[in-house]
Design a binder for this molecule. Structure first.
Ligand SMILES: Nc1ncnc2c1ncn2[C@@H]1O[C@H](COP(=O)(O)OP(=O)(O)OP(=O)(O)O)[C@@H](O)[C@H]1O
Length: 681
């Protein structure tokens, strides 16, 4: 994955929001037209449910407290009991009851549309409730300290100790609530990560998206999909929950403490709101710059890591070439680009921090400036100063959530863009909670080859181009193969032999004409360098069949037929895991790949120089095995020895022309050419 220019237009805009919804919503509600409004509505209904439930729990606890500690509640918390009784006698009680029943019914009615997403809604509801509870406790603590300060000021030791006891009781109740809140939030993040990763993986492996996204083939815009599916999803799910809950929490804090602050000083409240909005506006503008830098950082870090993985995967070749100096330099270059961008990141973060610190420190004196004159004039009790101070900073904190977290929000925005771009490229898979049409891929725009699935192979007036349509490889090719036919494709290097096989397999579709071929499940493709998956020897042999689908006796028989019977003994059995591309020679890997044909028993086989590393005796053995089976096979190869195992030869040239002739005629031409060359020399 080479370095490529990154898109530079990252802002807090509509596209970022749409991408966020496209990634975040399906975990809670399948995406269908108009469903985002429903999602927002459901979040509101959830909040209403939680507020109503909190109301009834507060009523219950106050009444219980009054029964258990009548003296305390009558003398010192009389205001609370009065308020509760007042609320119970007012329409608020009916509203709270109706809200609870109504919102509960909405969730029951929508159960079908939620499609087994009840668990996440329940956890979100519990989190909201716990967040409410912590907020309620904070308000209670602000009053407790006001009473403590006043008791100190009035030298009233009884009240002082009673409120210290109340404070202790509140803290004992609050600690488990805070721990439960953190645990449930992280657990929900984990469940979400698993869900979202599975969803991306389903789509990544459907319709060969992993191949189309590969930067070596078509869609170079999506760099490092591996990093997007691993690191970006993890940070997305964790951060989204923190932000959503922080924002909801800020709204609550804002409502509860603005009320407290407003009762103390109206001027202070209004001034504060204006100040915080100004701070947020400045932060949003500066944050837009940070999103672009963070986006680049994620890409450059992934490129750097990929460079290291590439060396690990190719260690033997590098060791043969003694290519350490160049490899080291390439990796250092990648590191250099990551460091350079990070340098820019810390410069911008420092500029933003300068603004944040100024913003936060300057505001410290504001409440004193406004409240102290009221106290000196005797219009306010002493305890109210502390309470105003506390309320002021709670409200400021809530209003400044964007200002204070702009670095995190920008990093989050970059993750959203990376995941969103990948999301738009991947096809939706049934049941994954998406109902959008995928964005057309570059390949989709250009593909012109029509594929028909039938039980034979035929090419009709086929013109084949490379995926980027830069090069035309073959023009006007027509041929038809019947079951059990054997075709050999020959031609000079780079003329398009492998590309023709790619087109038949359906990997390349740029060009014109028609390809008729069987369903890809009936075909097996053997490339020159066999693919060795991560796993045991057994896994290698049965690939691509599911585990345990082939009896051991068949596996051992296949090994014997391809001359690898000694392999399990040499390596420690069928179930040993090794780094197969390094422990097996290329010839052994090619024979192992042939064993896959014997075990999978496809009806159509495509071999791209699949025996190039074998001696003639082993090659003959393998082709004999193919000929004993009822199947159609197409080979690509340069060796004349292959002619013996094919009836027809397709000869391609670098000038996009082609010839179809019998193997006998081709051999005859070849021999004549050889004798002519012999005469000339
Ligand atoms: N992903 C790609 N994108 C663009 N061009 C490609 C891509 N892969 C291969 N090509 C080009 O297509 C042409 C045909 O490649 P192909 O691999 O089919 O050749 P070949 O005939 O099989 O060669 P060889 O005998 O050396 O394996 C080459 O010029 C190659 O550079």
């Amino acid at each position: 994955m080479t370095s490529r220019p990154a898109p530079q237009t990252f802002r807090f805009d509509r596209q970022l929001w749409d991408r966020f919804i496209a990634i975040a919503q399906p975990f809670f509600l399948p995406i269908t037209p108009g469903s985002t409004w429903l999602f927002a509505g459901l979040l509101l209904v959830l909040m209403v449910t939680v507020v109503a439930a909190t109301f009834w729990i507060t009523v219950g606890l106050t009444l219980l407290g009054q029964t258990l500690f009548p003296a305390f509640f009558t003398n010192l918390a009389g205001g609370l009991v009065e308020t509760i009784n007042g609320l119970l006698a007012s329409p608020v009680a009916y509203l709270a009851a109706a809200a609870l029943v109504g919102s509960g019914s909405i969730f029951v009615l929508l159960r079908k549309r939620l499609r087994r997403r009840e668990r996440q809604w329940l956890m979100l509801g519990i989190l909201l409730f716990l967040s409410f509870a912590v907020n309620g406790l904070n308000v209670a603590i602000s009053y407790v300290f006001r009473f403590i300060d006043n008791a100190l000021n009035g030298k009233d030791s009884d009240t002082f100790y009673q409120f210290l006891a109340v404070y202790t009781a509140i803290i004992v109740g609050a600690i488990p609530i805070i721990i439960a809140y953190t645990y449930i939030r992280r657990k929900l993040g984990l469940i979400w990560r698993e869900w979202l990763t599975k969803d991306y993986l389903d789509r990544y492996f459907s319709d060969r998206a992993y191949y189309k996204l590969d930067s070596n083939t078509l869609d170079t815009e999506i760099d490092n999909p591996d990093q997007r599916i691993t690191a970006d999803i993890t940070s997305f799910t964790g951060t989204t929950l923190v932000f959503i809950l922080d924002i909801l929490d800020s709204i609550l804090t804002l409502i509860s403490f603005t009320l407290v602050l407003y009762t103390i000083s109206k001027a202070l409240t209004l001034g504060l709101v204006g100040y915080a909005f100004m701070g947020t506006a400045v932060a949003v503008v500066a944050g837009g710059k940070l999103i672009a830098i963070n986006y680049n950082q994620l890409r450059l870090e992934a490129d750097f890591r990929y460079g290291m993985v590439h060396v690990r995967d190719n260690s033997e070749s590098i060791a043969f070439y003694r290519g350490e100096t160049l490899e080291r330099q390439q990796i250092l270059d990648r590191l250099g680009r990551a460091i350079q961008n990070f340098d820019l990141l810390i410069i911008w973060e420092s500029i933003i921090m300068l603004f944040q610190r100024g913003y936060n420190y300057f505001t410290r004196i504001v409440p004193y400036l406004i409240v102290a004159p009221l106290y000196f004039a005797g219009q306010m009790d002493f305890g109210a100063i502390g309470q105003a101070y506390l309320a002021f900073f709670q409200v400021l904190g809530a209003l400044s959530i964007v200002t204070n977290q702009i670095q995190d929000i920008s990093a989050f925005g970059a993750s959203i863009n990376r995941l969103g771009a990948l999301d738009e490229r991947l096809q939706p898979v049934d049941g994954a909670g998406r109902d959008r049409s995928p964005a057309p891929t570059p390949q989709g725009d250009r593909s012109g080859i029509v594929t028909q699935v039938e039980s034979h192979v035929a090419l009709d007036n086929l013109t084949l181009q490379t995926p980027n349509a830069e090069q035309t490889l073959i023009q006007g090719l027509s041929l038809a193969l019947q079951f059990q036919d054997q075709l050999l494709v020959v031609g000079p290097s780079g003329c398009g032999k492998s590309s023709l096989l790619r087109a038949i397999a359906g990997l390349w579709t740029t060009g014109d004409g028609t390809i008729t071929r069987p369903d890809s499940g009936e075909m097996l493709f053997l490339p020159q360098r066999p693919y060795m998956l991560l796993g045991t020897l057994r896994d290698q042999l049965i690939y691509p069949n599911p585990r345990n689908s082939i009896p051991e006796a068949n596996i051992l028989e296949a090994l014997q037929q391809v001359n690898l019977v000694h392999l399990p003994d040499r390596l420690g059995g069928l179930d040993v895991e090794r780094d197969w591309p390094t422990v097996l020679s290329l010839g052994e890997q090619q024979r192992l790949a042939f064993a896959r044909i014997l075990l999978t028993q496809p009806r159509y086989v495509i071999l791209d120089e699949a025996t190039s590393a074998l001696d003639v005796a082993n090659e003959r053995n393998l082709y004999d095995l193919l000929q004993q089976r009822e199947l159609l096979y197409i080979s690509v190869g340069h060796r004349p020895s292959l002619l013996a195992y094919h009836q027809t030869v397709l000869e391609l040239s670098t000038a996009t022309t082609w010839r179809l002739l019998s193997a006998a005629d081709y051999r005859f031409n070849l021999e004549n050419l050889d004798s002519l060359e012999g005469l000339e020399s």
